[in-house]
Ligand binder design. Structure first.
Ligand code: GDP
Ligand code: IMO
Ligand code: MG
Length: 429
């Protein structure tokens, strides 16, 4: 029996989808435990690119694919994704949806946009998909769960109550017209149709997951976002509204911590960030352009150019501590090919003092200068590489340096987008 949590070790987009898809061949079950369709997980199978926002990446191997209770679910996006998978002849039979997942409604999306606009230059740079407001409602204990939408008798009244609540917020605080009675009927009908479509997949997923783990199956938990976007441990307030760290899997899947065996932190060989907020190793100019173009660093969900910078091990240190990372899965080694030298940030310097631990004051963080170590670059990593011995010596040296400097053993190195372009150095199950 092995339960392994995959977390993003930076600010998201580390390549979790690719790593989870690769490992899914060795797993029986894959579970998404937090976030919503703000996630964009790219999986490339036999030259075909699939961008998933909600359905776990295990679906491509036909493994039990569970959307856990900690996810906020936009049924319009989920049903679109299901249609897409169907069109690709990928079976939806293994899909399961938690009855306790909270549901995103059009008023959450409107609220997200209005909140961002009101903040002006101090906006968070959210995906504007209603993620934050849906989690707000969950915490305020007025959210609507999947099970509530499926309750044919109760749902109309609960929706009416919530729409009235939101209308007073939208109208009084933001001067928005809000949602009319016609909108109410529209939303009601659309969501009732979603309920009919999703009902066959809905169940108590915490029981399913518990059974899978205790019956000796290999279960993978697929995190969304990354440590530095964690509501408690990230660069608050420039974070998402959920817990991408390993502890988030316990809550968002309903699995006890004693049942978890390993945590794999997915870390890119450089750093990217979409949205606003501090980013100590951020690069501008030529090297940034080189990495952005070599890595096609544009958001999967929003298409925004991602901010890029050198690998920051002070950031990875937060992941090591807060998720208890057993292993690293290092991605995009190929993207750095062609640089004369590559840098790794090992500490910060703040007002003349060296900082080895990530500071949580944004003011301090913004004033931090990275302390770099520099390593020789490598010319090229050819397509289809899946063996350690096929890596250029300098690339091997870089991986070894990351392992030593981060204090986390590297179990996997990803050297391309394709499933096969993966070097596995240790089993994560
Ligand atoms: P996620 O959100 O963590 O799943 O990551 P995204 O899918 O948003 O972004 C990662 C991008 O990098 C995707 O386009 C992947 O196909 C791609 N990718 C993942 N690993 C590698 C790698 O080792 N090399 C290259 N070149 N691309 C990779
Ligand atoms: P994956 O799973 C990168 C960022 C947004 C914004 C902040 C808050 O693909 O790694 P939100 O809409 O969640 O309230 O926005 O979080 N963000 C991500 N950045 N990858 C993601 O997911 C992200 N999901 C949210 O850009 O800065
Ligand atoms: Mg992504």
């Amino acid at each position: 029996m092995t339960a392994t949590i995959i977390v993003g070790g930076q600010w998201g987009d580390e390549g979790k989808g690719k790593i989870v898809d690769y490992l899914a061949s060795q797993a029986d079950c894959v579970v998404r435990y937090q976030g919503g369709n703000n996630a964009g997980h790219t999986v490339v199978v036999h030259g075909r690119e699939h961008k998933m926002h909600l359905v776990p990446s295990g679906i491509f191997y036909g493994k039990l694919s569970i959307i856990g209770n900690g996810v906020v679910l936009d049924p319009a996006v989920l049903t679109r994704e299901m249609d897409y998978l169907g069109s690709q002849q990928i079976s939806l039979e293994p899909l399961r949806i938690s009855e306790c997942a909270h549901v995103i409604f059009p008023y959450h999306i409107r609220q997200d946009i209005l909140e961002e606009e009101q903040k002006g230059s101090s906006r968070i740079g959210t995906t504007r998909l209603g993620i934050g407001p849906a989690y707000q409602d969950k915490s305020a204990r007025v959210g609507i769960r999947v099970i509530d939408v499926l309750d044919g008798e109760g749902f109309p009244a609960v929706l009416r109550r919530n729409l009235d609540l939101k209308n007073s917020l939208l109208r009084r605080v933001y001067g928005d017209p809000g949602f009319s009675d016609g909108d109410y009927r529209d939303i009601l009908e659309r969501y009732q149709a979603f309920a009919r479509r999703l009902a066959p997949f809905v169940t108590d997923t915490a029981v399913l997951i518990h059974d899978a783990v205790t019956q000796g199956r290999n279960v993978l938990f697929e995190g969304a976002q990354g440590t530095l976007l964690d509501l408690d441990h990230g660069t608050y307030p420039y974070v998402t509204s959920s817990h991408p760290i390993a502890g988030g899997a316990c809550i968002g899947a309903g699995v006890g911590p004693t049942l978890i065996n390993r945590v794999v932190a997915v870390v890119k060989c450089y750093t990217t960030r979409v949205g606003d907020g501090p980013f100590p190793t951020e690069l501008k100019g030529e090297t940034a352009e080189f990495i952005r173009e070599a890595g096609h660093e544009y958001g999967t969900t929003t298409g925004r150019p991602r901010r890029v910078g050198w690998l920051d091990l002070v950031v990875v240190g937060v992941t090591r501590r807060t998720s208890g990372a057993s292993y690293l899965a290092l991605t995009r080694l190929d993207t750095l090919s062609g640089l004369e030298t590559v840098k790794i940030c090992v500490a910060y310097r703040h007002e003349g003092r060296r900082l080895d631990v990530f500071p949580h004051s944004l003011k301090v963080l913004a004033a931090c200068e990275p302390v770099y170590e520099e390593f020789p670059g490598w010319e090229d990593i050819g397509p289809g590489v899946s063996q350690w011995t096929d890596l250029p010596a300098a690339a091997q040296g870089y991986v070894k340096a990351v392992e030593e400097l981060s204090g986390i053993p590297v179990a996997m190195v990803s050297v391309g987008r394709e499933r096969v372009e993966t070097i596995q150095l240790a089993s994560v199950f």
